[in-house]
Design a protein around this ligand. Structure first.
Ligand code: NAD
Length: 519
């Protein structure tokens, strides 16, 4: 199966270190059940972030191709939306098995294009797989409501029905998990789906599409286009598209929310973050330091839920030297190398941006306790590596605090009390995630209650909810009113029809017109 997909993408199986010059493999579009070569003249290079070798090209789909994709979604919708719910459930039951069977290959493609370590890439697939498993519960999730006998012989009940063609626009940092937040939930509800993966990491998504097809999803139920701004604008503007799920930066997310909403579409927009880990002096030190280091530097800090900002309360500030020691021990290497803890950043531009944010911290008076800017990785000298970096004495008005760094950089603030820590967190415009480390239940309760952030971990550094709940980032990290997956995801991808019906016995039939408002 994997060989057949790669053959279609013209990707040799041993991509590892190969260097392509003129004839790099191309990523196909997926239109109406076929993997097709784009006729475009505009292509974007795909790089291996550990080497910066060009390993493929992704097309900017033409207007005709994008129209063909959305037309295919519209045609497929007429039959897919009427397919029995058990049939749709069966497709996703088969799909979850195929994802499990191919997890290693999916992870390999992620590491190749995105850079994260293989173990972390498997986690990326696994967290997406959990959403597919959740989608298999559709027969319970989509149940309507009934109220019998609201008056004599009259009952009211609701159906949850699909809304039409839905679309997803995905970021680079979770090439499997985030597309899997999108189309399985949309499709299992009876919608058809147009997906635009990140142009930087399309390979894993294309294999996911092939696996979905092999699970029995009919042609046209999922279409995939590639590109950047033109593809995004097309999705925001096309009248057949009824809803848009976006995950990515604030710059793109605010724009897509506004443009899509103006065009009358539902939009859910998950965006950037600055997640604070508040460390109380009564916390379990060993556990807390390990959690902090893992959550700040894992995936090279390129997670929207990375714990990028530590707030050390009171005596906890004395733990800084030990924090630095642990971070120093992490091994920076290409993601496919055994023992790698921290892989490369996605691009040279991302590396330069992270390095300049580190410099800004120093220039603005913070203290650089661990500097990863000049890290050298043997055999991967051209990779986009930044080693674990820790900056202390950071103040809220510094650039490195105000901006999402999205790299392996932990910035550290200090607070004298829990109240002061809460104030810091609540003054920050983002509301994606936060964690408190403490052994005191009352402290944890007060923090969870008073902090204005959508996802809170108590001794849990990355509190991404499992899909029976929803991903509930808030404030500057989210636009829209209905979140991804869980009950909210079902709500986003369905509309409600309410039926009030009366079946009177023959002898109770009205004898004259009822002209007053029925009560
Ligand atoms: P990005 O915004 O650059 O790209 C996301 C998607 O939007 C891509 O498909 C891209 O083609 C498109 N895009 C990029 N710039 C655009 C623009 N100006 N106008 C219209 N479309 C545009 O994001 P990224 O760099 O791929 O991902 C990293 C960001 O995503 C970080 O800010 C991270 O916090 C965020 N993120 C958030 C969550 C969450 O659930 N809150 C999850 C993962 C990532």
């Amino acid at each position: 199966l994997v060989r057949s997909v790669l053959k279609k993408r013209q990707v040799p199986l041993q991509l590892g270190r190969m260097c392509y010059s003129s004839s790099v493999p191309t990523t196909k579009l997926f239109i109406d059940g076929k993997f097709v070569e784009s006729k475009t003249s505009e292509w974007i290079d795909i790089h291996n972030p550990a080497t910066n070798e060009v390993i493929g090209r992704v097309p900017k789909a033409t207007q005709e191709e994008m129209l063909a994709a959305v037309d295919s979604c519209s045609r497929a919708y007429t039959t897919w939306s009427e397919t029995s719910i058990l049939t749709r459930q069966q497709v996703f039951l088969r799909y979850q098995q195929l994802i499990k069977d191919n997890i290693k290959e999916l992870a390999r493609l992620i590491t190749l294009e995105q850079g994260k370590t293989l173990a972390d890439a498997e986690g990326d697939v696994f967290r997406g797989l959990q959403v597919v498993e959740h989608a298999c519960s559709i027969t319970s999730l989509v149940l309507g409501e009934t109220l019998p006998s609201i008056t004599k012989d009259m009952d009211t009940y609701t159906y949850r029905l699909p809304i039409g063609v839905c679309a997803g626009i995905a970021p680079f940092n979770f090439p499997a998990m985030i597309p899997l937040w999108m189309f399985p939930m949309g499709m299992v509800c009876g919608n058809t789906y147009l997906l635009k993966p990140s142009e930087r990491v399309p390979g894993c998504t294309m294999l996911l599409a092939k696996l979905l097809q092999d699970s029995g999803a009919p042609d046209g139920t999922l279409n995939i286009i590639h590109g950047q701004h033109a593809a995004v604008n097309f999705i925001c503007d096309h009248p057949a598209i009824k809803a848009i799920s976006f995950v990515g930066s604030n710059q793109a997310g605010e724009y897509i929310y506004e443009r899509g909403s103006k065009n009358g579409k539902r939009v859910q927009s998950n965006m950037g973050a600055k997640n604070h880990g508040v460390v109380m002096p009564d916390a379990n030190k060993e556990n807390t330091l390990n959690q902090l280091v893992g959550a700040a530097f894992g995936a090279a800090g390129q997670r929207c839920m990375a714990l990028s900002t530590a707030v050390l309360v009171g005596e906890a500030k004395n733990w800084l030297p030990e924090l630095v020691e642990r971070a120093k021990n992490l091994r920076v290497n290409a993601g496919d190398q055994p023992g790698a803890d921290v892989g490369p950043l996605i691009s040279p531009q991302a590396r330069d941006r992270v390095n300049s944010l580190i410099k800004s911290g120093v220039d603005e008076g913070a203290k650089l306790l661990l500097d990863g800017r000049n890290v050298k990785v043997k055999g991967y000298e051209n990779g986009n590596f930044v080693g674990p970096t820790i900056i202390s004495n950071v103040k809220p008005d510094m650039t490195c605090y105000k901006e999402e760094i999205f790299g392996p950089v932990l910035i550290v603030l200090e607070a004298d009390s829990l109240d002061e820590a809460i104030e810091i967190v609540n003054r920050n415009p983002y509301g994606n995630g936060t964690a408190i480390f403490t052994t005191n239940g009352a402290t944890a309760r007060k923090y969870s209650h008073e902090v204005d952030v959508g996802q809170i971990g108590v001794n849990v550094p990355i509190p991404v909810p499992l899909p029976m709940f929803s991903f509930t980032g808030s404030r500057g990290s989210f636009r829209g009113d209905t979140n991804f997956y869980g009950k909210q995801g079902i709500q986003f991808y369905t509309q409600i029809k309410t039926i009030t019906s009366q079946w009177k016995a023959e002898d109770a039939t009205l004898k004259s017109p009822a002209v007053t408002m029925p009560t």
